[in-house]
Design a binder for this molecule. Structure first.
Ligand code: PLP
Length: 376
């Protein structure tokens, strides 16, 4: 088996048999011709059910994650909510207290309408996780690691053990870790989710989501049915762009990790900064677990707490010239965001926190811009 960066660079080495093209065509057809004997021998019938434009991205991600199959969705939220919509009314699910805020809001306010019973738990504290599962009733344990926006680290292998002992599956939002750094399935997870809007695509120019399964079972087929029936499919052009983005995934993520580590270490000593939250800092509470389950880096995401509270944090963000004040993450350009302003009520983000998504610019330029913004 070739190394993952090789598989990604060549999108699994695909070459068109007819034309010898190394970049695939963009399939836009919404429907497929039925054979005269009323069969669909191509295996394709209608675009909402199946689309050849998805094949490469799904196969590549399955290979990178070590999964049995992958499904592309129209957004990360569409992928995540499909995993919950495929459960049964009455099922109990656990989700972390620190997680992507929009999914937390959906779980808190809308998942009940599907008949799901949702509890939130500090998943990084394994004793809390152990106490929160209801054997036989809990069907899905959802974790995110490192988790937005505090970069809390949950032990995937331990969480899988706890979930499985209770008869539940473990799903991991691995958006911030990417398959470059962590393969949750090898650590025991049953399902891996990505907002492919972020690192997988990497260029802040599309919205997409993915689920990868450890095995093709009845639950996976229900997830597939949710995608078909609710129609949360990706566009063909976006699927093509996603493959193009994934070809450089390893280069981009490795650069972002190296720069984020350097920035975190320098910012930790900055007089205008109260604290730096980054799994790569030895002093960070989740560092030891992160060092075990993240290989080759600790990600491109960190948060800083600015001395002087909310006003000082917002004023710092106002003064940056190179960093872009914008939400989202995982693109080649670096972004800064006052996270509490985005998340609103119920956010775990303290008011003095700025979330940083480190891109692939020169780390020295990124530090200099933050330094002038902090110092002013
Ligand atoms: C960790 C994480 N999970 C899920 C999502 C949702 O993804 P999308 O915006 O593609 O729907 C995001 C988006 O910011 C995210 O950061």
């Amino acid at each position: 088996m070739r190394r993952p960066e090789t598989l990604a660079a060549q999108a699994l080495g695909w070459v068109d048999e007819k034309t010898r093209a190394i970049s695939p065509p963009i399939h836009v057809s919404s429907t497929y011709v039925r054979d005269p004997d009323n069969q669909y021998r191509s295996g394709r019938g209608y675009i909402r059910a199946d689309n050849p434009a998805f094949d490469q991205a799904e196969a590549l991600l399955s290979a990178l994650e070590g999964g049995a199959a992958t499904l592309l969705f129209g957004s990360g939220m569409a992928a995540a909510t499909a995993a919950f919509a495929a459960l049964q009314p009455g099922d109990h699910v656990l989700a972390p207290k620190v997680m992507y805020w929009s999914l937390r809001n959906w779980l808190a306010n809308a998942a009940g309408k599907l008949g799901l019973n949702v509890d939130f738990v500090s998943s990084e504290k394994l004793e809390n996780l152990r106490a929160a599962v209801h054997p036989g009733k809990t069907k899905l344990v959802w974790i995110e690691t490192p988790a937005n926006p505090l970069w809390t680290v949950t032990d995937i292998a331990a969480a899988a053990e706890i979930a499985h002992a209770a008869g539940a599956r473990l799903a991991v939002d691995s958006t911030a870790a990417t398959p470059v750094l962590t393969q949750p399935i090898a650590l025991g997870a049953d399902l891996v989710m990505h907002s492919a809007t972020k690192y997988l695509n990497g260029h802040s120019d599309l919205v997409a989501g993915t689920l990868t399964t450890a095995r093709d079972d009845e639950y996976w087929q229900r997830i597939r049915a949710v995608r078909v029936q609710l129609g949360a499919v990706l566009g063909s052009l976006e699927a093509w762009l996603l493959v193009r983005g994934m070809r450089t995934l390893y280069l981009r993520v490795r650069q972002a990790c190296a720069s984020a580590q350097a920035l975190a270490e320098r910012l930790a000593a900055h007089p205008r900064i109260e604290a730096v939250l980054y799994p790569g800092l030895v002093s960070f509470p989740g560092h030891a677990v992160a060092a075990r389950q993240m290989k080759g880096g600790f990600g491109g995401m960190l948060s800083i707490r600015v001395r002087g509270g909310e006003a000082a944090a917002i004023a710092t963000a106002a003064r940056v010239e190179l960093w872009k004040r914008a939400t989202s993450l995982g693109g080649v350009e670096s972004l800064v965001e006052h996270r509490a302003s985005v998340e609103g009520a119920g956010t775990p983000a303290p008011p003095d926190l700025l979330r940083l998504s480190v891109g692939i610019e020169a780390a020295e330029d990124l530090y200099a811009d933050l330094d002038q913004a902090l110092a002013a």
